[in-house]
Design a protein around this ligand. Structure first.
Ligand code: FES
Length: 116
C-alpha cells in the first residue's frame, strides 16, 4: 500500500504478517511500488514487473539497484516507520527530533498488503 507522509510517498508491505517500508518510487521508471503485488515473498512493480525484496529493497533484475528501505518499529499497538536523520532545514527548528518517525498504525492493518 502507498502511504503519503506529507513530503514523500512510502510503500508499506505486509509480508506474511511482518511490516516493511520502502520508497514508493520504482528505480526502473518510477512506478508506484505501493500499488504492486506481493507474491512468493517479493513485491512486483505494477508497471514492468520488476521484483523487489521488501526486506532489503534488492532486485534480481539489477544487483546494483536497491530501493531505500526504512526501519519499522512497534510500540504497543502503534507502528512507526523510521525515516532517518532529519534534514538540515528541519534541524534548524527548535523542536526537531534527532530522527524522524512516521506513525503509520492508523493506515496499516493486518489485512493490508501492497496490492490492496
Ligand atoms: S517502473 Fe517499475 S518495473 Fe518499470
Amino acid at each position: 500500500m502507498e502511504i503519503y507522509t506529507g513530503n514523500r510517498m512510502l510503500c508499506v508491505v505486509n509480508l506474511d504478517g511482518e511490516i516493511y517500508a520502502m520508497d514508493n518510487s520504482c528505480p526502473h521508471w518510477g512506478g508506484p511500488l505501493g500499488r504492486g503485488v506481493v507474491e512468493n515473498g517479493k513485491l512486483r512493480c505494477p508497471w514492468h514487473q520488476w521484483e523487489f525484496d521488501p526486506r532489503t529493497g534488492a532486485t534480481p533484475r539489477n544487483p546494483g539497484v536497491i530501493v531505500p528501505t526504512y526501519k519499522v518499529k512497534f510500540e504497543g499497538d502503534d507502528v512507526y516507520v523510521e525515516l532517518g536523520p532529519c534534514t538540515p532545514r528541519e534541524a534548524r527548528t527548535a523542536h526537531a527530533p534527532e530522527r524522524r518517525c512516521l506513525a503509520v498504525s492508523s493506515q496499516v492493518s493486518e489485512t493490508d498488503s501492497a496490492n490492496d
